[in-house]
Design a protein around this ligand. Sequence first.
Ligand SMILES: *Cc1c(COP(=O)(O)O)cnc(C)c1O
Length: 378
Amino acid sequence: MELTDAFKELPTPCYLVDESLLIKNLKILDQVQKATGCRILLAQKAFSMFSLYPLIGRYLAGTTASGLFEARLGREEMGGETHVFATAYRDDEFDEIIKYSDHIVFNSFNQWQKFKAKALAAGRECGIRINPECSTQDHAIYDPCSPGSRMGVARAQFQPALLEGISGLHFHTLCEQNADALEETLKAVEDHFGEFLLQLKWLNFGGGHHITRDDYDVEKLIACIKRIQETYGLKVYLEPGEAVALNTGFLVATVLDLVDNGIHNAILDTSAACHMPDVLEMPYRPNIIGAALPDQKPFAYRLGGPTCLAGDIIGDYAFDEPLKIGDRLVFCDMAIYSMVKNNTFNGMNLPAIAIFTEEKTIRMVKQFGYEDFKNRLS
Ligand SMILES: *Cc1c(COP(=O)(O)O)cnc(C)c1O
């Protein structure tokens, strides 16, 4: 079966992740590992489709987590190395965090002092997240380097006297960026923290590297990693989320109604607010197969969800033919920051989750229903 046939057969709404496209990304990431000896981890916060973890684990070194639940999922479903960074750990979860994690990264020297004895006694590698104070992007909501940021320790607050027992540093400051932003950030890391790097075992470059995007400069990334490893004699980790599953997934939806209230509205069985919240939060306009900007094709529509939120609007799109009730629309790049952020606002059902396998068949992984909605409420 071809992918385009799969789009016609699925129940909607449904996420469909294409294994062959995922493998293409994983091979690019593995090429970086092989060229440099660095280790690449899946940041589960972007993509936690654990039915694909065995496949991802054949290429990547493991997973990273934002806290206990992701650490457990990574440990149980993929294995390899499990890393965790949380902005603050809870007393009542830390024993379990230790159980599932190989590397534990702390966001402050307070937290490090509080949990140090336990983590070291269990033989865990510990790190401090630093703030290199180098903003390289304009999305304020995704910039952990803004003045007063709660993410990471800036040089002024850094406490070299408390470094005993710390084996690495971690920074995460990029978002959908190319290797030039990494190069600039590394200079800031070296300026502020270079004097400490020689005594450490590893440096974690965080996520936000758009490595699998067509125009990404993989050679520059490789050069950056090699230079840091050779200059300071340490191991480099990368933990991309987006880049692992970038452009590998689709969300297939159906047109439920057409409403002409001065403009042509098409109401779909998928919702921006529930099924693609980054469209509203980031915000951005997802691509649809066969659609264009409103002035570039003859039949333009505003696509909206079936919820009661007036702003549940995906965007304005134009098509070659008029839309009809029952038509299917296929949204692109819907694997990342989608399933992990879904919600059932308005009692919306969650989209089904399916895989288009390497053998070109559909594997329906999960379908949701009333019980999933009810179980989150009381
Ligand atoms: C979000 C995040 C990542 C992954 O970021 P992407 O932009 O999805 O690559 C990695 N590490 C940390 C600490 C993060 O917060």
